[in-house]
Design a protein around this ligand. Structure first.
Ligand code: HEM
Length: 447
């Protein structure tokens, strides 16, 4: 939280020390015209969406049930613009189906690597726009598996490409152009990292409204890029429907994703998410962002034994409403901001609860408290003991990788620790957007 935002948080406090309950998005709601804005956001045509940039109207609370928190569209003909300054799938609202695909790159040299990125770009441009697949010649393999029927439907598909630190080793001579903070993920004290689901030269994040769209895109990319990269690990993931409305819940039953940067605010995104030109970072990185994936198993058998009021103190929010702990009414809004100024000892909101360690709202932590979370849930069947392996594909984007690592370091002391086990993931750099049909992923790096 910036100092200015902290000031605003203080403004919301009544003189008697009790919290005045003011929803934080009231200004935005007023500007957008409330529910009408939600309808407008959902009926936006591709052309209009393009004019708006990669961001649609957004919001975190119940009033924005179809805003940033989940695209609930059943309209498979709708598309999210592929070309732009930034990649889609970051500042665009999370869809309900996702796959995270990590690859080892097998291209023999820099020229083959460039071919790989050109091919990925061409396939992503086609798949995200949709259309009729090419007709195969008789006796030739089919051009499309027809998983989506006669026409490839865009279905709000986004294809987001990010690079791992290992791509910048000696193989392609890219070392001097590595994003300055990009490194291989190291284990934090409570991690149990499994190399089989960690790291990779390349991460492709696929998101769409339906799982068949995601599966089709994955098979298409694998078919077209066979010689250039090999799948290293894969996580299928999803977002639950909002219950009853607003922010979707995670496996632990809490609304997850309430406090997030406003993706429709270009100024905030430029400050917190997108890399800017004229920094110590290599010039080609401007418009990109650091992406962190953490595959975090939730120990739900243990969690289910914890009384709800303790669960609420572990996260720092109410379970059913999602409101901060100072709001006791079951109908309190999750748009209320957590405020700690009248609770320095953590009597109401524990100092070591999840949200207070993630964002302590102090001047010392203001620079390391804002990340854009865009997480999904996973279901990985049974573990060897016969227990369902369920959890979180935690995904976040930030201008500085250090923001994430500092936040995670604080969270090593949180009281949620006994109920989760981080198992894998990695650090990546999501490249800038593909500008037009002549451009390709990471062109600034490879040119
Ligand atoms: C299984 C793992 C996790 C679960 C179940 C979880 C769940 C939650 C929940 C329920 C909230 C409160 C509602 C909200 O604002 O979204 C929250 C907030 C938050 N979480 Fe997590 N989270 C997890 C991991 C992480 C990690 C790894 C980070 C970053 C290192 C993180 C950063 C945050 C932040 C920044 C907030 C908002 C804090 C605020 O400003 O109030 N979370 N999380």
């Amino acid at each position: 939280m910036s100092d200015q935002q902290l000031d605003h948080a203080d403004d919301r406090r009544a003189g008697d020390g009790s919290a005045r309950l003011v929803p934080r998005r009231s200004v935005l709601r007023g500007l957008l015209g409330g529910a009408a804005a939600v309808v407008a956001a959902n009926s936006v045509t591709p052309g209009v969406a393009h004019a708006l940039g990669t961001n649609r109207p957004t919001g975190g609370g119940s009033d924005y049930e179809d805003g940033f928190n989940t695209l609930a569209s059943e309209d498979s003909t709708r598309s999210i613009p592929f070309y732009g300054e930034h990649q889609a799938g970051i500042g665009t609202p999370p869809q309900t189906a996702a796959a995270f695909l990590a690859f080892d790159v097998t291209a023999a040299n820099r020229a083959e690597l460039t071919d790989l990125f050109r091919t990925l770009t061409a396939r992503a441009a086609f798949l995200t726009a949709g259309g009729t697949p090419a007709q195969a010649q008789p006796n030739q393999p089919p051009a499309d598996d027809r998983l989506l029927g006669p026409t490839v439907l865009p279905d709000d598909l986004t294809v987001t490409v990010a690079l791992g630190a290992s791509l910048f080793d000696g193989r392609y001579g890219l070392g001097p152009r590595k994003p300055a903070q990009l490194e291989t993920m190291r284990a934090f004290p409570h991690d149990a990292l499994d190399p089989a689901i960690s790291d990779g030269d390349l991460l492709v994040q696929l998101c769409a409204n339906h799982h068949d769209t995601v599966g089709h895109a994955m098979l298409d990319l694998l078919q077209h890029t066979g010689g250039g990269m090999r799948l290293r690990w894969r996580m299928e993931a999803f977002r639950f429907p909002p219950r009853p409305v607003g922010i979707p819940r995670d496996w632990m039953g809490f609304k997850d994703g309430i406090t997030n940067p406003d993706t429709s605010d270009a100024g905030q995104m430029n400050q917190e998410v997108w890399l800017q030109p004229g920094t110590p970072e290599p010039a080609w990185t401007a418009g990109g962002t650091y992406q962190v994936i953490r595959i975090i198993r939730m120990l739900l058998d243990k969690w289910s034994q914890v009384p709800v009021d303790q669960q609420e103190h572990i996260f720092g929010r109410r379970k059913l409403s999602g409101a901060p702990l100072y709001a006791t009414s079951p109908t309190a809004s999750d748009t209320l901001d957590p405020v700690y100024t009248n609770d320095p000892q953590g009597l109401l909101t524990p100092l070591n609860c999840h949200i207070r360690l993630a964002n302590p709202q102090t001047p010392q932590t203001a620079a390391t408290s804002a990340i854009l979370r865009r997480s999904f849930q996973y279901d990985r069947s049974l573990d060897p003991a016969g227990v369902p392996n369920l959890g979180h594909v935690f995904c976040c984007f930030q201008q500085q990788l250090n923001t994430y690592t500092t936040m995670q370091t604080r969270l090593e002391d949180e009281i949620l620790v006994p109920y989760i086990t981080p198992m894998g993931g990695g650090y990546f750099f999501a490249v800038p957007g593909v500008r037009n049909a002549q451009d390709y992923f990471a062109s600034g790096l490879l040119a």
